[in-house]
Ligand binder design. Structure first.
Ligand code: SAM
Length: 254
């Protein structure tokens, strides 16, 4: 039977590929990738000559039936993204879900992902954590996403929060985080991880704003916000009342 293997690749430092990743890429009949030029460089660095085919967000859905039937007839496919772990803010989820639903062999070769690497370097509590990919690009939409998380904190669920962000949006992002979580909240900005200009800045949101106002943010960025330090644990009566309300709302909707 065929197989689909999700293969993680480096997020900047070519030394971070695993032995199993190289073996899997070599053994595959085809490598599905986001951008053939980006992946060609990677394959050249490791002397892999397996052919590549494009799978990106815009063609993924349409390609699923064809790819599933090739898997069913025995093809060995590897899936990579431009960098890091495929599916994580990258293409591949819809194909993997469809292959799983068909009962096909889906495996993975684990490796780097900017979110978990930034989490471990941030100095913020590693769990619970909530990774949200990229926040909305419009400020108003972003603030409402944050407001939902803030409401969760007030209801007693608090976690270290993680987002990917583009450098030109970093300051606006920090501004919106301050508006919802407050300027004194602990946070971190991890930049260019595993690369030459790797930097992890830790401090309050207000300190990060000052720093990135003075120095232009550049490169690839992951931003993290620590959990609230307020005591948001609910009393038994509060919990009871909230559960009642939740159940009521539920039955009205149903
Ligand atoms: N699949 C990738 C992973 O597992 O990390 C993420 C892909 S996503 C399209 C790319 C975003 O991840 C970048 O815009 C940046 O926010 C973050 N990122 C990727 N590489 C990074 C690095 N070396 N340092 C910090 N953040 C990084």
């Amino acid at each position: 039977a065929g197989s689909l293997t999700l293969v993680a690749t480096p997020i900047g430092n070519l030394g971070d590929i695993s032995a199993r990743a190289i073996a899997t890429l070599n053994a595959a009949d085809v490598i599905l990738c986001e951008d053939t030029r980006v992946t060609a460089k990677l394959l050249k660095a490791y002397n892999v000559s397996t052919p590549t085919q494009i799978l990106h967000d815009h063609n993924e859905e349409g390609r699923i039936p064809g790819l599933l039937s090739r898997l069913q007839s025995g093809a060995k496919m590897a899936l990579v993204s431009d960098a890091g772990t495929p599916l994580v803010s990258d293409p591949g989820f819809r194909l993997a879900r469809a292959a799983i639903a068909e009962g096909l062999n889906v495996g993975a070769v684990p490796g780097p992902s900017a979110a978990t690497l930034a989490l471990t370097l941030s100095g913020l509590p590693p769990h619970p954590y909530l990774f949200s990919g990229f926040a909305a690009s419009r400020s108003s939409a972003r603030r409402s996403q944050f407001a939902v998380l803030r409401a969760a904190e007030q209801a007693g669920f608090s976690a270290t929060l993680i987002w990917y962000e583009a450098p030109h949006r970093l300051l606006d992002m920090i501004e919106d985080l301050i508006a919802v979580f407050g300027a004194e909240r602990q946070a971190a900005v991890a930049r260019e991880l595993t690369k030459r200009f790797e930097e992890v800045r830790r401090g309050t949101l207000s300190e990060l704003r000052t720093h990135f106002t003075q120095t232009d943010p550049r490169g690839e960025i992951t931003i993290l916000v620590g959990p609230t330090e307020e005591d948001t644990a609910l009393s038994e009566e509060d919990l009871d009342a909230r559960l009642r309300t939740a159940l009521k709302t539920h039955s009205i909707k149903d």
